[in-house]
Design a protein around this ligand. Structure first.
Ligand code: AMP
Length: 223
């Protein structure tokens, strides 16, 4: 199964994606993480992506498609995978369909109000070393400024600064939101309110995913 998480930046895709990964055993694939890794390693692709990411713009479709193709071709994706942050526009939605056409797909759109998003992103801190994410209000690290998982120093992502957040929200509304209509028409869109906290949101998502996953397991089919 391909599980696609849609939603604005700061809407909880990463957190819910991790919970889904734990429950299903499918890896979570975050194109933002893949791109940040390429930027950190100064690969040619990362050097090109860096400028767009700093501005809150989308990275070129071909670059992201290359990363996704490579990642979903790995053996741990054979049974299924969770896409977090991909697709982000209509051409990427067509790309992923063409890349892996026969896989059953469920699209979960997480809805969060804009003022809540801005608040969450302002409080978000990330560990560049191990990619763990914290929130200074809702999910604090045990030791201030340090990652619980690896002890690395926590930073505010450059693109979580207020003026870049505004641009990312504009890009989301313009390029990514049309995907809601696209997937609604395909018949596989499920919308979930994301404003009630991590556990409540996941309870709803579990209710959506468990029946099809259970049915696939029973039939001995590829999920
Ligand atoms: P994220 O971590 O998902 O918020 O992504 C951070 C940044 O990476 C975005 O603002 C974009 O610049 C870039 N990015 C991530 N995923 C994509 C994608 N599917 N297409 C284009 N750019 C992306």
């Amino acid at each position: 199964m391909r599980i696609i998480l849609l939603g604005p930046p700061g809407g909880g895709k990463g957190t819910q994606g991790d919970l889904i990964a734990k429950r299903t055993g499918f890896p979570r694939i975050s194109t933002g993480d893949l791109l940040r890794r390429a930027v950190r390693d100064r690969t040619p692709l990362g050097i090109e992506a860096d400028a767009a990411m700093k501005q809150g713009a989308l990275v070129r479709d071909e670059i992201v498609l290359g990363l996704v193709r490579e990642r979903i071709g790995q053996p741990d994706c054979r049974g299924g995978y969770v896409l977090d942050g991909y697709p982000r526009n209509l051409s990427q939605a067509r790309d992923v369909q063409a890349l892996d056409p026969d896989r059953p797909e469920i699209v979960i759109a997480i809805d969060v109000a804009e003022d809540e998003i801005v608040r969450r992103l302002a409080a978000r801190r990330s560990c560049p070393a191990c990619e763990a994410v914290y929130n200074l209000e809702a999910r604090k690290p045990v030791r201030e400024g340090a990652c619980d998982a690896c002890g690395g120093a926590l930073f505010r992502r450059e693109d979580d600064e207020p003026e870049v957040i505004r641009e990312r929200l504009r890009v989301y509304a313009e390029e990514t939101e049309p995907l809601l209509a696209y997937y609604r028409e395909k018949g596989n869109l499920r919308r979930v309110g994301g404003g009630n906290g991590m556990e409540a949101t996941f309870a709803v998502i579990r209710g959506i995913l468990d029946p099809p996953l259970g049915a696939a397991a029973k039939a001995g089919m590829q999920a």
